[in-house]
Design a protein around this ligand. Structure first.
Ligand code: PLP
Length: 307
């Protein structure tokens, strides 16, 4: 049996490799602390689980969900954007539900990347930025994150011919794995580059809520002009300890959301409505559980940084 060349060309998925190493260590009775995937070890808050149980009793939720997400879920996302950043989105056109943000991060390539197009991505970074580009026949181009540049990509040093051929540019703040943050001045620089070169900016904000010492991360879309050139990917995974539930969303430019939606209608059948109802409870319910989470992470951070 011959697997396709595109599979042969792929590097092994980093986190699958790490999982393999972790279970090898555990089998050998070693005390393993995993610094692999950001998979919260704390439970999903009770009120979210209750909303899920209630939703599971409703026969209308046993049928296929809508491709873009329930209007109530998309409205809940828009409401949170209004509350958190004073950003107003049309939930019908500017918000889409994702089966975890990973799904959208992969699929966006099929909406914008032609064979040979460049995808600019941060290195180190979430592996799907690169592999998504490869799947779509694009040419991933790594933008190094260095301590000297505060773990922000230096856009000035990206070769002009790569910028000319670029279709997507990935940014990710608060950053995984460096924990760096970005300010609005950096986002303005990104908007200028994208607007001048017709590049779609994909801001992965999966860790938007994981911030310490009272810091609140800005949203890329708060910056002037950002809504014309980009979208934000966000997730309930890290904020509400819901990695196993598989729900996230993208919001921003209606044109980009529509293109992503078109790919998705041909690839998947949406997020279970049972999960969407639980996610609505997460987004619109009390946020004390998030504060509690952050307190615990901050304590752990303090222990680690004191070592
Ligand atoms: C930076 C970053 N973005 C996106 C994701 C995807 O998260 P999910 O698909 O659970 O929403 C992850 C998961 O670890 C991540 O680390």
């Amino acid at each position: 049996m011959q697997v396709a060349q595109r599979i042969k060309n792929l590097p092994p998925y980093l986190f699958a490799e790490l999982d393999r190493k972790i279970s090898k260590g555990k089998k050998a009775d070693r005390d393993v602390i995993t610094f692999g995937m950001g998979d919260p070890d704390l439970p999903t808050p009770g009120h979210i689980i209750e909303a899920c149980c209630e939703a599971a009793k409703k026969p209308e939720n046993y049928r296929y969900p809508s491709y873009e997400g329930m209007p109530e879920f998309r409205s809940a996302v828009a409401e949170r954007c209004r509350r958190d950043f004073n950003l107003k989105f049309d939930p019908r056109k500017e918000v889409i539900a994702l089966i975890g943000s990973k799904e959208g991060i992969h699929n966006i390539n099929f909406a914008f990347v032609e064979k040979g197009d460049v995808v600019l991505y941060p290195d180190p970074g979430y592996p799907v930025y690169k592999t998504g580009a490869l799947f779509a026949g694009g040419e991933p181009f790594a933008m190094p994150l260095s301590k000297e540049n505060n773990f922000l990509p230096d856009l000035e040093v990206v070769p002009k011919q790569k910028i000319k051929k670029a279709k997507l540019l990935w940014i990710n703040y608060p950053n995984n794995p460096t924990a760096a943050i970005a300010d609005k001045a950096f986002y303005e620089e990104v908007v200028d580059l994208a607007a001048d070169n017709e590049i779609v900016v994909c801001s992965d904000e999966a860790y938007s809520a994981v911030a310490f010492d009272g810091y609140k991360a800005p949203c890329f879309l708060e910056v002037k002009g950002a809504r014309e050139v980009g979208i934000v990917f966000d997730s309930l995974s890290k904020t509400y300890n819901m990695t196993g539930w598989r729900i996230g969303f993208a919001c921003g430019s209606a044109e980009i959301i529509e293109a992503l939606g078109k790919v998705k209608t041909n690839v998947d059948s949406g997020v279970s409505q049972i999960i969407q109802e639980a996610a609505i409870a997460a987004l619109l319910g009390s946020q004390d559980c998030v504060k509690q989470n952050i307190r615990i992470y901050q304590e752990r951070r303090d222990v680690l940084s004191a070592v």
